[in-house]
Structure formats: structure tokens, C-alpha cells
Design a protein around this ligand. Structure first.
Ligand SMILES: Cc1cc2nc3c(=O)[nH]c(=O)nc-3n(C[C@H](O)[C@H](O)[C@H](O)COP(=O)(O)OP(=O)(O)OC[C@H]3O[C@@H](n4cnc5c(N)ncnc54)[C@H](O)[C@@H]3O)c2cc1C
Length: 298
């Protein structure tokens, strides 16, 4: 393992050696990050990027780890967790949120202020940075609906500002962000009725609780929605609800989710993903595409 003592000296208890992925991913599974660092400001994050570059050490940025599966072999290098970059500023109908703001806080605050357009995304358990990276969305609304611009650092540590109008994005897909560290995002909203938006938020949260296995660790929908169908319907039709490998299980409540039903390894989850894909292909001919991101060696 490289010498991370510079990071320990600078970040103290916000630098954790051999940090288990169970602590920073919603699957609560996987190996260890060599060094996990939780910077408190964009300047600290910039410094960290420079340090990694100078030492030739790989740096990975994560939000809430709610769309990733970390290999049991762990993550070499520095894993940055953005959760302390949590400033959110509202100015009229414009909101600027740092990358580590919990997406659901943005959805709640904008609904409460009568800013319309993200209320249906309530309950997505990621960060603003992760939502921008994935163009996360739900119930017909998505991150890019209200996004105006993104502030980021490029691989050389230069500050860049990307305008949505110049970006290429689609369903759970954004191109042009590879290699960039997202620092903050700006959103603009039309005015709406705060009470109605908060009521819609409550309705969406109730629908999620009714449909999704929120009492088990997971990373949400495993596969993207195939054209004209739903992954969960195809998985259910292939008879896979409740199908289990080790501690990983196709949720009996929502077949689109794989849950950690207790003590799942990343290998259990990965093996189950592959098995589901193969069986759905055999049953329906449809090749499901992974929405979740595999990190490390599989
Ligand atoms: C119960 C549950 C329900 C879910 N429901 C939905 C849903 O309805 N709709 C939906 O779209 N998703 C859903 N998800 C998936 C997930 O919450 C989203 O994809 C979310 O946007 C991921 O955000 P995150 O901060 O956790 O990202 P992470 O999982 O931490 O990272 C995802 C990717 O983004 C990159 N990334 C994160 N932050 C940054 C940054 N600051 N700069 C550069 N790259 C960055 C990471 O490197 C990684 O490639 C659900 C997940 C769970 C567990």
C-alpha cells in the first residue's frame, strides 16, 4: 500500500485507511478502500486531486455510494467521499448545491419553497454529484430537467464550467463528465404551489415505500429500463423473484432490485446480476443493460 501519511496528517479522522465498502455504499457489501478521504471544502478536494496526481495514485469520487458495487478485492488508491461538501444556496428561483448535498434534501427544499420540477425525484438516496453524473430520475422527472450548469475540476485540477445546453445526456446517461470531479450544480425552476409540490413529494415517498424493498440494503434498480418494457417485469416473468445466491437476493417485493439479504459479498451480488441477465435473455430474448456501476476488479 502506498504511504498515505500526508493525507492522515492533513485530514485526520477524515482520512480512513482500509475503509470497508460496507460503510460507504448502500449495498453494505464489498472490499476495502485503501484510503477513504472526506474533504470539507472544494479547496481540500482540489488539494487532494493534486496530491494524487503528483504521487501517481488513482482517485475515485463517490457520493453516497447508492449506485455502485465495490469488488470484494477492494479499491486501490484514494476514494473521495463528498458528503461534507453540503452547501446549498437558494436565490430566487435558482439553487446552487454542492456535490455532497443529499439529493433528497434538494428535492424537499425546492418543493417547500414552491420551486417546481424535482418533487417527483424525492427519495432518491444519492448526492447531487451522483445524480448529475447518472442523470438520476423517477416518475418522469430527471436531474437534467432543471439543471443549468455544473462546476467541476478536470483531471489536471483546472476549474471548468459546463452548461447543460452544451452537454449530451439521456436516460440515466451523461457524456462528457468522465474524468471530471463535480463540485457543484446550479438548477433553475419555474414557480409552483408549495403545498401542492410538498403533497406530490409525500405521494412519491409513499409510493416508493410501498413498492421498494427499503428495509434491505440495495443500490436501487440494477438494470436500465429496456425500450418499451420494464426490467422488473421481465425479471418477474422469468420466475426470478426471491431467487438467491449466497446473501444476495432478487427482491420479492420489487424484482428490479437485488438486495443484500444478510451477509452478501460483492461476488454474490455480481454473480446474481449475471445470472438474472442470462435467464432474462433466455426467457424473453431481451439483453438487460446494467444501470449500476461496478468498481474494482470483478
Ligand atoms: C433504494 C434506492 C432507490 C433508488 N432509486 C433511484 C431512482 O428512483 N432513480 C435513479 O435514477 N436512481 C435511483 N437509485 C440509484 C442512486 O441513488 C442514483 O443513481 C444516485 O444518483 C447515485 O448518487 P450517489 O451520490 O449515491 O452516487 P455514487 O453511487 O456514489 O456514484 C455514482 C457514480 O457517480 C460518480 N460520482 C459521484 N459523485 C461524483 C462527483 N462529485 N464527481 C464526479 N463523479 C461523481 C461516481 O464516481 C460513480 O461513477 C436508487 C438507489 C437506491 C439504493
Amino acid at each position: 500500500m502506498p504511504d498515505y501519511s500526508d493525507l492522515k496528517n492533513k485530514f485526520g479522522h477524515y482520512c480512513i485507511y482500509e475503509a470497508p465498502a460496507s460503510g460507504f455504499t448502500t449495498y453494505r457489501a464489498g472490499g476495502r478502500a485503501e484510503a477513504a478521504v472526506v474533504p470539507g471544502t472544494p479547496a481540500e478536494l482540489l488539494w487532494l486531486g493534486g496530491w494524487c496526481r503528483a504521487k501517481g495514485i488513482r482517485m475515485l469520487v463517490l457520493g453516497r455510494g447508492s449506485n455502485v458495487l465495490v469488488s470484494d478485492k477492494g479499491l486501490p488508491g484514494v476514494t473521495v467521499l463528498t458528503e461534507r461538501l453540503a452547501r446549498l444556496e437558494v436565490s430566487g428561483n435558482s439553487v446552487t448545491a454542492q456535490a455532497g448535498v443529499l439529493w433528497d434534501d434538494l428535492a424537499r427544499i425546492t418543493a417547500e419553497k414552491g420551486l417546481e420540477g424535482l418533487e417527483k425525484t424525492s427519495g432518491i438516496p444519492g448526492s447531487v454529484g451522483g445524480a448529475v453524473r447518472m442523470n438520476a430520475g423517477a416518475f418522469g422527472q430527471e436531474t437534467f430537467d432543471r439543471l443549468v450548469s455544473v462546476e467541476a475540476y478536470d483531471a489536471a485540477g483546472g476549474a471548468v464550467r459546463l452548461l447543460k445546453k452544451n452537454m449530451d445526456f439521456g436516460y440515466r446517461r451523461v457524456s462528457g463528465l468522465d474524468g471530471l470531479t463535480i463540485i457543484s450544480a446550479r438548477f433553475e425552476f419555474p414557480s409552483g404551489d408549495a403545498a401542492a409540490l410538498s403533497a406530490e413529494r409525500a405521494r412519491v415517498l409513499a409510493a416508493r415505500a410501498a413498492k421498494q424493498p427499503l428495509d434491505f440494503p440495495s443500490a436501487g434498480s440494477v438494470f436500465k429500463r429496456p425500450a418499451g418494457d420494464y426490467a422488473s417485469r421481465l425479471i418477474d416473468a422469468a420466475g426470478l423473484k426471491g431467487f438467491r445466491i449466497g446473501g444476495a437476493e432478487v427482491s420479492a417485493k420489487h424484482a428490479g432490485f437485488i438486495v443484500n439479504a444478510g451477509g452478501a459479498t460483492a461476488t454474490d451480488i455480481y454473480t446474481l446480476m449475471r445470472e438474472v441477465r442470462a435467464r432474462v435473455k433466455a426467457a424473453s430474448g431481451v439483453e438487460l443493460e446494467l444501470e449500476q456501476i461496478l468498481l474494482g476488479e470483478f
